[in-house]
Design a protein around this ligand. Sequence first.
Ligand SMILES: C[S@@+](CC[C@H](N)C(=O)[O-])C[C@H]1O[C@@H](n2cnc3c(N)ncnc32)[C@H](O)[C@@H]1O
Length: 502
Amino acid sequence: MARNDLLAVLKKTAQKRPVFLLSEIISNPDDDLTIEELITRMRPSLPGLGLLAKKTGNDYTISRKPAHESLVITSEESMRQDAFFASQRMPPVLEAAIEQYIVKKTGKDLSDPVMLDRLRKAIVFQKSDYWKPTHQRALKYTKAYSVLGYLAYHFPVYFVQAEHLLAMLARDGLLKEKMTILDAGTGPGVVPLAIADFWSRLDTATATVYSIERSEEHIEAFLHLREQCTQKGERVSIKPPIRADLVTFDLQKIPQQIDLMIFSNVLNELSDRSIDQRADRVLKLAERLAPDGSILIVEPAEETASVTLRILSLALKKRGLTIHSPCSFIWGTNCTPDRCWSFATGRNIQPTRMMGRLSECDEPFRYINIDIKYSYVVLRKDEKTRHSYRVPAKSRVLRIAQVHRHVDKRVNFIAAKMSENLGDGKNLMFRLCDGTADKPVFAVVPVYHVTPENEVLKTAPYGTILELDGVLVRFNKAHNAYNLLVSRNTRITLAEEQNREE
Ligand SMILES: C[S@@+](CC[C@H](N)C(=O)[O-])C[C@H]1O[C@@H](n2cnc3c(N)ncnc32)[C@H](O)[C@@H]1O
């Protein structure tokens, strides 16, 4: 048998049975392969498959490596996390460390008008760069002020956002008591520092955090903040960032079994790479992901970055990774992500002192960055998903793919809520997805039609799967999209609970 065939048999057997003998995977007695030859061929692949080999007589016992224990957050830890999220601000020590670094790098006082003006210019340049088509972007973070602008404007909101995402991973049972984490494109260490802060409110969990970054200016800032905000011997060990390009990076530099890989606001910066090339890169790095590890990709909520993330996620799904969340594929089909602009939101953060100083000018709003809005996907090598729900075979609901046949009729759908309110105070509007639609679909409800029978549409968290009974279908020509009008007669329930009750 060819090596790849043997590997496939080994993988399949290990999925079915936790312990077996290596000799059992030789199905063809004509293969005159000895056990020693077989183990020599298979051994390099065992760590990646999460398997161990132990000599047993003339054979080898193959068993699954015990997974690290899942992190279970105690009620005390949870109270500490809630208190942090209620404050919605960066830890004071980090805010002070950023200010100190700006003073150190510029040699100027924080109220110096020339320094503040240069920072404003760097921030405006960074923001305008984001709106450009990816191939026209110029931002490389090679100049000191571009990194100082990042620290003053982007860091605070991305830091609190990263903590929200860590809390989400904890709720989904994807964090472990002892973890190895890799943050790719770490910038000034936003994610590693957020990990250190999140873990500081846990009692016993430990983590070792590796990171990759190509900008020397970002690495210098990262090392300063690490020095000021963490101490040796803490339960989170933040390794100095590896200076490298993600695209050409040599895997030998990172550990074999990474429990969590994070790409936060970075893949959209690989502007000279196609989506397939970005997928290649993620898959290459995923060779170092533990079999029960997770990949978290986060992008800004801005339309191009957000939709590109969905297209990339589907490309990765088609190439063997599982989308754990937020998408739920309730009909078991692949989706059409080309117009999928879906993002999560969090409560605004408190503006920092630095934002306050920068906003003392004619256009204050340009320098206050407090909105938490992001698109994310969690991917796995195994088949774990947040929702295992599938539309029951006997269900009398339509696929959204059929919506065009039911314009101006009242119908029933099951779909996930894929946005917070995109409407205004009078008309609420929520993006819906059942994985079958090729045009955007929204549930629209005037506030005076919100009743106890349908209010779960408003209150359910992002990603919740809902059953909508009696929505009126309208085609929105201007947006080439469908609106499902919810009235006081529409009943909306949690689909997963509905299923359990039956
Ligand atoms: C927008 S920042 C994100 C920083 C951080 N992850 C966050 O979420 O705040 C993007 C970072 O990715 C880095 N980056 C972009 N392309 C890269 C590449 N090819 N190799 C390594 N780092 C890269 C940039 O230098 C920058 O520090």
